[in-house]
Design a protein around this ligand. Structure first.
Ligand code: ADP
Length: 504
């Protein structure tokens, strides 16, 4: 009898579904599963933070517990298929501990081969006709490129749509890079005005959730007509009734739109383009003047300006935090699709180092020499900072840049902190947003053998980043101390900008 254990069955079932990497935290009896995975030819990456794994159960598209060892391959195939068919998402399999080491005869197992690639569907042709009618009549059209377009690998089709029609586009945070941020039709620098004044919006794989202000006034026109493309039927008309609901895969549906729209082109000398360009120029000037300030400590814009000047165009940018993620999104350009990972729809903090490790492991295997840069707020870094040990253990040359303003949104300087300490019990005095001033996060990296840099000036920032980029053997961490009140300044700027918007 050819005996096989539960652990082997799990590993082999994953391998037959073309799973190449396993991320986990071992303990009894998971050790056996990780070992079996390695034996089956799956790369195993041992992580430090388990919460992310547990969260999967709550948000997964499919969750199941195999009733017997014989069922394991079928359940694994179903989980993999469910995760990539329809709207992509996480799935969860719960395997009872005693199954891992239990044995059965291999002949009794129902093996399942790798699931086929997801089927591709097209939109209803009447809805396509309606969409093109709306587009042709638009005075102020806008295309919003969401992360669905990145998942769909629709960059070629979306580029053609933008370039044939001449319509301005805006990427969502993880839609950045589907078309390069420096594409002439990208109006990200006039985001608020574009959203507010657009009369027809083509929504390509983005939800009208909080990231897009639910599509509601005062951030959108109450009369805006949405042409919505999504492969998830339940998403259509969510929050705002779609004027044209295009159910299907973005690649296929954009091709349909291109066939119908033919040679129609939105004029580049239109009032819409003029108003957007005027706003982009004004906003670029505000960012530039903030970026070029030479006072110390640095502000966010100065730090990001110099970081962006040095980063290679093909690097993968991982980012999380509050201001760090928000300001970084506008200051750090993405030139390639699927090269930005951030806290995403739920704004989940602590995902950055895990994302960076997954990206770097893939880069290491593919030997594509693309660098992974993980830009973290100091608070965000605290959530999964111990993953630095994982990076050092596998010699993953990730560059972590902690933008450290001594707190969550804002902090205080070391002198103020000391004064507060003299006043009494810090649990009643310290503002809840504060963290220990000038915490030396770079030492977390050096503790495990990576390179740590404490950065206060522009010169230090540039030389530390250049050295880190030159180091392809080990990870580095730059602890960039910025003005703890930089956030307040940012709020002032933001409110000034919104007053300006209000006056238009
Ligand atoms: P963002 O944060 O960029 O706005 P969301 O996660 O809110 O993105 O929305 C992405 C949308 O894209 C989801 O509604 C999802 O169903 C859709 N989507 C994902 N893949 C595809 C695809 N291949 N074709 C069409 N829509 C897709």
């Amino acid at each position: 009898m050819d005996e096989v254990t539960g652990a082997q069955l799990i590993a082999e079932a994953l391998k037959s579904q073309n799973v190449e990497y396993m991320f986990g935290i071992v303990g009894v009896p998971i050790i056996e599963v990780a070992m079996a995975a390695q034996a089956a030819g799956i790369k195993y990456v041992g992580m430090r933070n388990e919460q992310a794994v547990e969260a999967c159960r709550l948000y997964s598209k499919f969750s199941a517990r195999p009733s017997s060892l014989e069922m394991i391959p079928a359940v694994v195939e179903k989980a993999v298929r469910s995760s990539i068919y329809g709207r992509p998402g996480a799935t969860y399999i719960d395997i009872a501990g005693d199954m891992v080491n239990a044995k059965i005869d291999r002949a009794s197992v129902r093996f399942v081969s790798c699931c086929p690639a997801p089927p591709v569907s097209q939109a209803d042709s009447r809805e396509i006709t309606q969409a093109v009618r709306l587009l042709r009549a638009a005075q102020r059209p806008l295309i919003i490129i969401g992360k669905g377009a990145a998942y769909a690998r629709a960059e070629k089709e979306v580029r053609e749509l933008v370039e044939v029609t001449g319509i301005p586009f805006l990427p969502t945070p993880m839609g950045k890079g589907v078309l390069s941020d420096d594409h002439p039709n990208c109006v990200a620098a006039a985001r608020s005005r574009a959203l507010l004044q657009a009369d027809v919006i083509v929504l390509l794989g983005a939800r009208l959730n909080w990231i897009l202000h639910f599509g509601f006034p005062p951030r959108f026109s109450p009369h805006v007509k949405i042409i919505q493309v999504d492969l998830c039927a339940e998403e259509l008309s969510n929050n705002v009734r779609a004027a044209s609901a295009l159910l299907g895969d973005i690649v296929a549906v954009v091709r349909q739109l291109l066939e119908t729209v033919r040679s129609w082109r939105f004029p580049s000398d239109s009032q819409w383009w003029l108003t957007l360009k005027e706003k982009m120029t004004a906003n670029a000037q505000i960012s530039k003047s903030l970026a070029l300030q030479s006072t110390l400590p640095m502000n966010y814009y100065t730090a990001f300006h110099h970081i962006s000047e040095l980063l290679p165009k093909d690097c993968i940018i991982v980012s999380e935090g509050a201001n760090t993620m928000d300001i970084g999104r506008t200051m750090l350009l993405n030139y390639l699709p699927r090269h930005r990972l951030d806290a995403g729809t739920f704004g989940t903090m602590g995902v950055g180092p895990g994302f960076a490790i997954a990206a770097a492991v893939l880069e290491q295997t593919q030997k594509s020499a693309q660098r992974v840069v993980c830009i973290e707020g100091d608070s965000a870094f605290g959530f999964s900072g111990m993953e630095v040990e994982t990076m050092c253990r596998y010699k993953l040359p990730i560059i972590i840049i902690v933008i450290n303003n001594n707190g969550i949104y804002s902090g205080v300087d070391p002198k103020t902190w000391k004064e507060m300490e003299k006043m009494g019990d810090m649990t009643t005095i310290a503002p809840p947003v504060t963290l220990l001033p000038e915490a030396q996060y770079e030492q977390v990296m050096s503790a495990f053998g990576g390179r740590g840099y404490l950065v206060r000036t522009v010169e230090e920032l540039r030389s530390a980043l250049q050295e880190s980029l030159d180091n392809t053997q080990m990870p580095s961490l730059l602890n960039v101390l910025i003005d703890p009140a930089s956030d307040l300044f940012n709020y002032l700027q933001a409110s000034r900008i919104s007053i300006y918007f209000g006056a238009i």
